[in-house]
Write a new protein. Structure first.
Length: 150
C-alpha cells in the first residue's frame, strides 16, 4: 500500500505543472508569437496588449505560450505577471500610451516635462513614428555581425 501511495504522489508531482500552468499577460501593444525562439522566426499569430497567455515552457529570453488555439514563442520581456485592465472607458490603449507607461509616464507628465524644460521634442516625436520592415532589420543585424538579434 505504501508503494502505491508513493507512486501516486510521484505521478501527481510530475503532472501538476500541466494542470497549474502559469498565466501571464502580454505587456506590449502587439506581440508576435513565433514558431521558434528567435526574433526572425516565422510568425504564427499576433496577440494584443493585455491578452492572457498560458506558459508552456521557458528557454532563455523566450517563453513558449498558448493563446487560444495557437502556441508560439514570445520574448519573455514582452510578458508580465500583472493582470492588465483598462482604467478608463477606452477599451484599448494607444501605442503612445503604452510607450509612456513603459517609461513610467502619463501623457500629462510628458507634456509637463516638455513645457517646463523648454526643449523641442518634435524630432523625438518624428523618430517615434518611423518603422522598419523586418527584412531590413535582419539585414542590418547580419551585416553588422550582431548575432541575428539574439
Amino acid at each position: 500500500m505504501r508503494r502505491l501511495t508513493v507512486l501516486f504522489l510521484s505521478v501527481m508531482v510530475a503532472v501538476l505543472p500541466v494542470f497549474a500552468a502559469s498565466k501571464l499577460y502580454v505587456a506590449v501593444q502587439n506581440a508576435e508569437l513565433k514558431n521558434s525562439p528567435s526574433y526572425f522566426a516565422k510568425t504564427v499569430t499576433t496577440v494584443d496588449y493585455g491578452t492572457q497567455v498560458s506558459v508552456v515552457k521557458t528557454d532563455g529570453k523566450w517563453t513558449q505560450v498558448k493563446s487560444g488555439s495557437s502556441t508560439g514563442w514570445i520574448a519573455t520581456s514582452s510578458l508580465t505577471k500583472k493582470k492588465i485592465t483598462a482604467s478608463s472607458s477606452k477599451a484599448n490603449a494607444s501605442a503612445k500610451e503604452i510607450t509612456l507607461a513603459g517609461k513610467g509616464f502619463t501623457q500629462e507628465i510628458e507634456n509637463s516635462y516638455k513645457n517646463s524644460s523648454g526643449t523641442d521634442y518634435a524630432a523625438v516625436d518624428k523618430i517615434e513614428t518611423i518603422t522598419v520592415p523586418a527584412s531590413k532589420e535582419a539585414n542590418f543585424l547580419i551585416e553588422g555581425s550582431l548575432n541575428k538579434g539574439e
